[in-house]
Design a protein around this ligand. Structure first.
Ligand code: AHR
Length: 667
């Protein structure tokens, strides 16, 4: 990825000043906030989240299951992530077995021939890069087991160190017989254990014989103690963003590589024992423990609403179903999915949701038809979209229907929609910081009479596994543009949301939140999102900038998806929203430049300003500075009280900074 040098910009600035050239950096910078003008509405739904199974987002991520390859389907040749602990002389063995299905979903199991009595031989699972061990913690476990022995004796289950020297939690399971039965157990660690992921989960039958196991599961305490629930630390990071919606279930993950591996919501419901799982699109299999109901409960837990993307008859290998009778089953399936989410318990799928444990319907206002259908070079989307649109509109007239092409973005331009005008269009932007900053005015002159815009995937992609501060500056600049235009840009969500930073965990660079087995952290871009979401009024106030300093572009960015190639562009980006009920102002300023900038503010059209307000600043010494799993809070926003707000005041914005001024005013 081309990376502009901020030092280069600084050199140009110094040269210009030395040779007496006039640059806007020499003028005083003034921002006039036009509270004397009506402004326009800012979408209350603006800031949300996007999710899919990528970078071990669910299995090995937010979905708290600790056993990897719990149903032995990850690889049909080898029991990946499972191993036998035994001495050289011990002839015990393990092998995959498809001859003893538990049911239609649990078709695979592991056969364990234990050759000797005793505790020395065990079946170990690596977990997702280890099992997270914390002091005084209870883990809920279960498995299906059977044996060929008439008197099997007990089976010991343990969490232990990977060298086998320290036992960290143990329990016994009894009653294994010649038929499949599900067993549950609890493992509790002592108060004195040190947190570690240098661990494994081990099953040790005590009497020799043949044993079979499948759906081996272990959960730590989950967010709100929900069964089959989510990891607490990651949910807490998300809660701190106050997201309004969750775009689910993708992304590419919705489409699948082929029809047989598309996201088939019906196969993700019910007890985990009845979920077959499926091959995901990012190189690994999904357990589907994070099923449709779990997505919806995730939304409920964080007080956000689902933005449901429905499979639209197109897969990543560019296979598609033409509009017409062959597409109808998929359209019906989408209508049924909407009924599962929103129907009351008198409806077929509402009843099914109640049976799955959630009688109350979920709120739903937005449905997206497909994902990135601009890649479908057959041009079939117009027909497919029309068929979905007509069916959804007729049964659910109040839903907002989102298309994935039709806009002015590069995919949208390819296939403008003419037969049905979507309520909202989803546009995606993955770029570097220069492109984000130089295109921050992207929506300023957009058509106000067309569909609304959903920026359903976007990110400044500098830094891996998570974005650095230069990305946060690009994101901040871009968000000022989205927020300024949030009469038409009604929703946004950055993507991807998650990355497991363990070796082999990442398929896509620059992800908002990183984690390993034990801990998680937010990138500078995460905190930028958090600041924009948490400090947001309902009315966009017009602003006039004078003497805005410029940045100089060094290179043309051929890696960009956009056609943005200006030579110079602003280094200061800004937006103001106002809470119309309280009069509170949120002035956001992003200083992407190499020097601090003093700005004179003129708040026009108000009768009084409270001198005491709040300032939130996130800044970095260098654009490359970042957070990481070892330095999770190197860069975070600092909140302080400020005592000098007036109708006109001066404020200095540090170099490389994102700032929110929260000011209480009266008109
Ligand atoms: O966010 C990563 C991928 O980028 C998404 O799955 C896809 O929609 C886009 O191309």
């Amino acid at each position: 990825m081309l990376k502009p040098s901020r030092n280069y910009q600084y050199a140009i600035l110094v040269c210009c000043m030395f040779f007496g050239m006039r640059t806007s950096a020499q003028e005083s910078t003034k921002l006039t906030v036009r509270l004397d003008q009506p402004g326009h509405v800012s979408s209350p739904m603006l800031y949300g989240l996007m999710t899919e199974e990528i970078n071990y987002s669910y299995d090995g991520g937010i979905y708290a299951e600790l056993i990897r390859n719990r149903s032995f389907k990850d690889n049909n040749k080898n029991p990946d992530y499972w191993s036998l602990i035994k001495s050289v002389a011990d002839s015990s063995a393990i092998a995959l077995d498809s001859k003893h299905p538990v049911n239609e979903a649990l078709t695979e199991c592991l056969r364990f021939n234990l050759a000797t009595d005793g505790k020395n031989t065990g079946l170990a699972n690596d977990g997702f890069w280890g099992i997270p061990v914390f002091p005084s913690t209870s883990y809920q476990g279960s498995f299906y087991a059977m044996t060929d022995g008439s008197n099997a004796g007990a089976i010991t289950v343990e969490i232990e160190s990977t060298d086998g020297k320290s036992m960290l939690a143990t329990a016994n399971v009894t009653g294994v017989s010649g038929v499949w039965k599900k067993f549950t157990f609890n493992l509790t660690t002592a108060a004195a254990v040190t947190p570690t992921a240098d661990t494994r989960f081990v099953i040790r039958p005590l009497a020799k014989g043949t044993y079979w196991f499948t759906l081996v599961s272990l959960f730590p305490p989950t967010y709100q103690n929900t069964a089959n629930g989510n990891r607490r630390d990651i949910m807490q990071l998300l809660a701190s963003m106050s997201p309004k919606f969750l775009r689910l279930p993708g992304g590419n993950y919705l489409e699948g590589n082929m029809f047989s591996t598309r996201y088939n919501w019906k196969k993700t419901l019910g007890p985990i024992d009845e979920r077959p799982g499926h091959q995901g699109t990012w190189g690994y299999r999904s357990s589907d423990g994070m099923g449709l109901l779990e997505y919806l409960e995730w939304c409920e837990d964080l007080n956000m609403e689902p933005l449901l993307a429905v499979f639209a008859g197109y897969t990543l290998n560019r296979d598609y179903v033409e509009a017409g009778p062959f597409l109808k089953p998929y359209v019906d399936e989408a209508l049924e999915e909407i009924e599962y989410v929103t129907g009351d318990t008198t409806t077929k799928y509402g009843k099914e949701r109640a049976r799955d444990g959630h009688p109350a319907p979920f709120p739903l206002h937005y449905v997206e038809v497909g994902n990135e259908d601009g890649f479908d070079m057959s041009g079939s989307y117009e027909g497919r979209f029309t068929q979905f649109y007509d069916a959804i509109r007729s049964k659910y007239p109040n839903l907002h229907i989102i298309s994935t092409t039709g806009g002015k973005d590069f995919l949208g331009q390819r296939f403008p929609l003419t037969k049905r005008i979507p309520d909202v269009m989803d546009e995606h932007y993955y770029r570097n910081a220069f492109d984000m900053e130089s295109d921050a005015d992207h929506y300023d002159n957009y058509d106000r009479n067309g569909p609304k815009i959903f920026v359903g995937e976007w990110a400044t992609r500098e830094g891996k596994p998570t974005p650095n501060f230069n990305s946060a500056l690009g994101d901040g600049a871009w968000m000022t543009g989205m927020e300024r235009n949030s009469d038409i840009v009604v929703m946004e969500c950055s993507a991807p949301l998650f990355v497991n930073v363990n070796p082999g965990g990442m398929q896509w660079e620059s992800d908002l939140i990183g984690y390993n087995t034990l801990t998680s952290y937010g990138s500078p871009s995460y905190y930028a999102q958090q600041m924009f979401s948490n400090y947001h009024g309902d009315n966009v106030v017009s602003m006039i900038g004078e003497g805005i300093p410029v940045q100089v572009q060094k290179l043309n960015h051929k890696d960009s998806l956009s056609k943005v190639t200006p030579k110079t562009y602003p280094s200061l980006f800004y937006v103001t929203t106002r809470d119309t009920k309280t009069g509170r102002l949120y002035i956001k300023v992003v200083n992407a430049g190499v020097a601090a900038k003093e700005v004179i503010f003129d708040l026009k059209g108000i009768s009084s300003v409270k001198s005491n307000g709040t300032v939130v600043v996130m800044k970095a010494e260098k654009p490359e500075d970042t957070n990481s799993i070892t330095e999770p809070e190197k860069i975070t926003p600092a909140v302080s009280t400020y005592k000098g707000f007036k109708k006109t005041f001066t404020f200095s914005f540090p170099k490389y900074s994102i700032t929110v001024l929260q000011i209480d005013t009266q008109k």
